[in-house]
Ligand binder design. Structure first.
Ligand SMILES: *Cc1c(COP(=O)(O)O)cnc(C)c1O
Length: 372
């Protein structure tokens, strides 16, 4: 028996999502995975420590009710409009299972057309979050990546249609602000896009806290729109894996039916509730990151980098003098890691997460040294 033959063909040939490196080198400055450079608030750390006792033997609240109530208050909606996930990645995956019809075994995906194709379509922009094509592939859906404009803007309706956009797609993911470009979109433009879409549309707002505006209200305005948020980027909680969706109670209830009963771990719930109790601490850090982002953008431009406008906690930059992958290696020799996405449309760019001020001073010093 060849164990390989026991695996669904779809899974056998799957190209898994490639996460950024988490190296264990001492003194390394890590600017490659958009983590927050500041620790969780002292209150959150304290509450986590206090929660590590005999309670660990008990199951956590299966519905993460306390956290959903806190988020409902924050976003002026009801707990029924909120679902918590083991990171927003889990919820993005649940959405494919709840809203997209997999292509039946034996049916050639490319042979599908019209309604049958739309019902099986997972749609997203290129470039955007590289997890979406993987989720589509795992589910056995039809992926429909559509090119953003050259400046990473969302094309107008006519151009979208020309590029093969499906206004009837079962599920559309929009990363806003966009990753990996960092570009933000006006809520009015997203509102139009949502209004044109006939089926489920997820606005993935992982970086919304670093942007001038956000589109959360669209999740409460349109019954087919879900907004995805995470505690990972702005709230220094990657380690605890907490993300959430806001949207119509029917869609939220559908996701709730298919999730694992205890999908959100207890310490994660404690940490996230604590976070909601110290928002001013996080807002201060967010402002500091935004200030640093402007400083670094100016300095890199002066050094000959092309710097794309960003409303996130990272910058996408095209380095001068030699190729981006060579820059990545040279920076690594200086103990600084940044992200390079080879192969695709942005292979001439580096993505640099905004760190603390001392980290960014070291980053700029390394850049100057390499240039010299
Ligand atoms: C980081 C990120 C996520 C995932 O966040 P988790 O809550 O940590 O799973 C989702 N979408 C985008 C665009 C991200 O950058």
């Amino acid at each position: 028996m060849n164990p390989k033959n026991l695996i669904r063909p779809q899974v056998r040939k799957l190209h898994a999502y490639v996460p950024g490196e988490q190296p264990k080198v001492r003194g390394l400055i890590k600017l490659n995975t958009n983590e927050n450079p500041y620790p969780p608030s002292p209150k959150v750390q304290d509450e986590l420590r206090k929660a590590v006792d005999g309670r660990l033997r008990l199951y956590p609240n299966p519905a993460a009710l306390g956290l959903r109530e806190g988020l409902a208050k924050l976003h002026k909606c009801r707990p029924e409009n909120v679902i918590i996930g083991n990171g927003s990645d889990e919820l993005l995956a649940l959405a494919t299972r709840a809203f997209v019809e997999p292509v039946p075994v034996g049916v050639d995906r490319s042979s599908l057309s019209g309604k049958a194709r739309s019902r099986s379509t997972v749609q997203y922009f290129d470039p955007s979050y590289s997890l979406y094509p993987v989720l589509s592939e795992i589910h056995g859906a039809v992926a429909n990546p559509v090119r953003l404009d050259d400046d990473f803007g969302i094309p107008d309706r006519a151009v979208l249609r020309k590029r093969g956009w499906d206004f009837d797609a079962a599920l559309t993911y929009v990363t806003t602000p966009n990753a990996p470009s960092g570009r933000g979109y006006a809520s009015a433009q997203l509102d139009d896009l949502c209004a044109w879409q006939k089926r489920v549309t997820i606005l993935d707002e992982a970086y919304a806290d670093f942007a001038g505006e956000n589109a959360l209200s669209l999740a409460l305005k349109h019954p087919h729109v879900l907004v995805s948020r995470t505690f990972s980027k702005a709230y220094s909680l990657c380690f605890q894996r907490i993300g959430y969706f806001v949207g119509h109670r029917e869609l939220i209830a559908a996701l709730d039916r298919i999730r694992d009963s205890y999908n959100v771990n207890g310490l994660g719930q404690v940490a996230a509730i604590g976070t909601l109790g110290s928002l001013s601490y996080y807002r201060k850090n967010i402002r500091q990151i935004i200030r640093q982002r402007a400083l670094i953008a100016r300095s890199l431009s002066a050094l000959g980098f092309e710097v794309l406008p960003s409303e996130t906690n990272f910058l996408l930059v095209r380095p001068p003098a030699f190729p981006a992958c060579e820059w990545q290696k040279q920076l690594r020799d200086e103990k600084i890691i940044v992200r390079w996405f080879g192969g695709g449309r942005i292979s001439e760019f580096l993505r640099v997460t905004i760190g603390t001020e001392p980290e960014m001073v070291a980053f700029l010093a390394a850049v100057r040294k390499i240039l010299a």
